[in-house]
Each structure stands twice: as C-alpha cells, then as structure tokens.
Design a protein around this ligand. Sequence first.
Ligand code: MC0
Length: 146
Amino acid sequence: MLTRIDHIGIACRDLDETVAFYTTTYGFEVFHTEINEEQGVREAMLKINETSDGGASYLQLLEPIREDSAVGKWLAKNGEGVHHIAFGTADVDGDAAAIAGKGVRVLYDEPRRGSMGSRITFLHPKDCHGVLTELVTAAENPGAEH
Ligand code: MC0
C-alpha cells in the first residue's frame, strides 16, 4: 500500500546553489547528502515532515554527475524543475508487482538502491500521465550512514 509522498525529486544544475535557495528561502534543513553512482546523481534530501506511517516526506534535490544520466538528459531537454514524484510503501516489491499487473511499465526487474539505503523502482512516465513515478521502501533507519 502506498502510504505517503516519500519525496519530490527536483532536477538542478548546481546542487549547492539550489540547496542554498531552499534553506535560506524556506528554512528547510539538509537531512542527508550522497552520490548515487548508479543513478548518476549527487543529491540532497531536505526533510519536510514526518508522516503517520512512521516515515517522512522530503524534497530531493538532484544534480547530474553525467550528461547521459536520466537527470542529465532530462535537464538538457527541459531545464530545471520537478523531475519525479515518489510514493512510500512498506512493500516496494509487492506494490510494483501489483501495479505492473495493471499494465503500467515498471522499469526495474528488482528494486535498486535509492537514497539513504532505500529500495526503489520507477514507473514509466508515459504510463502515468506524463509523471515519472518512483516507489520507495525506506531503510529501517534512514538517518544512519548508508
Ligand atoms: C523522460 N520523460 C519524462 C521524464 N523523463 N517524462 C516525465 N518526467 C520525466 N522525468 C519522457 C521524455 O520526455 C520522452 O517523451 C520519453 O519519456 C522518453 O524519454 P527519453 O528522454 O528518450 O529517455 P529514456 O527513454 O532513455 O529514459 C526515460 C526514463 C529514464 C524514464 C525511462 O529517465 C529512467 O529510467 N528513469 C528512472 C531513473 C531516474 O530517473 N533516475 C534519476 C533519479 P517524448 O514524448 O519526448 O518521447 S535517481 C533517484 O531519484 C534516486 C536516487 C532516489 O530517489 O533514491
């Protein structure tokens, strides 16, 4: 069951500059930063609120580390802005299988590694009314080093 907005992914050209905008303009704080080589991004997670399912909602700021990465290609075509939304679930495998059964393309055969040790997969934007959609099962302790 999808129980929260886990995060909204925002593509940016300069992570440090974009973090400065979100922290100084809104007062949000950086909860975590990492480089995800497989996804080709350097990212910052800004926690917005905790949620009733025991998780939390974040803004995820994403700077590509390679031009041919998903975010690099998207930035070149569209410029900065909202890149994807992510729904949180306790069971990414089960929810991905159920959604695939409804005819939506799930992009990975098995969930891959996401922010803070989470397990993630994506749904094709063309099957989701133009929205790249991610499913996330958070790690037990997302604040710990992953
Ligand atoms: C591409 N399209 C999008 C889109 N990206 N539409 C909405 N939102 C997006 N973000 C559209 C294009 O405009 C194009 O439509 C069509 O999809 C094919 O795009 P493409 O530019 O030819 O690119 P593809 O087909 O090579 O790849 C698109 C695809 C890819 C969605 C399959 O980006 C992908 O695998 N994404 C999942 C991984 C990802 O995004 N990782 C970065 C975040 P037209 O109409 O022009 O044909 S990593 C992350 O978020 C992790 C760290 C985490 O959360 O923990």
